[in-house]
Design a protein around this ligand. Sequence first.
Ligand code: PLP
Length: 365
Amino acid sequence: MLQTPYYLIDETRLLENMRVMDAVRQKSGAKVLLALKCFAAWSVFDLMAGHMDGTTSSSLYEVRLGRQKFGGETHAYSVAFADHEIAEVVSHADKIIFNSVSQLTRFEAESASIARGLRLNPGVSTSSFDLADPARPFSRLGEWDTTRVEAVLDKISGFMIHNNCENGDFSRFDAMLAQIEAKFGHLFERVDWVSLGGGIHFTGADYPVEAFCRRLKDFAARYGVQVYLEPGDAAITRTTTLEVTVLDRLFNGRELAIVDSSVEAHMLDLLIYRESARILPNSGPHEVMICGKSCLAGDVFGTFSFPQPLEIGDRISIQDAAGYTMVKKNWFNGVTMPAIAVKRLGGHVEVVRDFSYDDYEQSLS
Ligand SMILES: *Cc1c(COP(=O)(O)O)cnc(C)c1O
């Protein structure tokens, strides 16, 4: 048995999501790019690259990783590029998407050799968290004034809009896209491509993929554009667990278990969005609060039910550990960094990366 903690990526599960990518590409005509800010564990990129068209990015390092480790079509986006980055960004990218008219104008000469786009902000979104809402008041994410955008149309060939967030409701997506068309449709007619961003949960179990694909295909035909999707979470959902071991048991009015991991260090988004982790099957008479080993008082994965009493040495699999998880892990408290293991299609588990004291030491100076 491998030493815990480790993230375990299951390629068989990943392939199930990739088959949905294939179906969407084929039925809708859309191109599908992996959003690296959600998931950048490149050991499984070879598998994914057979089913997705490329990557999109939010920084110089991501666009470089996408070009070097994934291949295919590589899009560069950033909230703001720096002067010293732009030449290298352009060297790695097929398209560059600017967040503002100001950045587009500033880097017009440097980006002339590749296709350019501009991010639009439609002012509507599905996020229930202000923190993650691209359409929040005073949002810096994209241009919304069509007059300002029209003035630079000759410099760009497409647009990117990202305003969905874990949206599994097709009718909501459909209605929002109609609002976007009402606002920007006259601009879409004058470009070659439109990216509708990520946040659409089309790999969900009951998602109406056929209707979704028809909607995208009609949209593409109406404006004469190539549609792109930029799935992050939808590409890797349900593929990965964080494997941990119980180190201690306490009873402080409630049954507690401490594991060899930390929410703050290894699944930070749960803390940021105040959500509980997920454990399966989460049923049985023994209720235990699963806690991390950092010093943070609120370092708690959640309270779960188990069929038997939990013992020191027992292993637990924490679900949904792929998206916004490995990309955010950190060295808080010097907690041992989870290794990354891949369960290959044939069934054998391969440790593709492990971390040592040296990595911890090298992370600072
Ligand atoms: C975050 C992001 C994505 C991916 O979002 P998911 O919710 O993980 O699908 C795609 N495009 C852009 C521009 C993003 O900021």
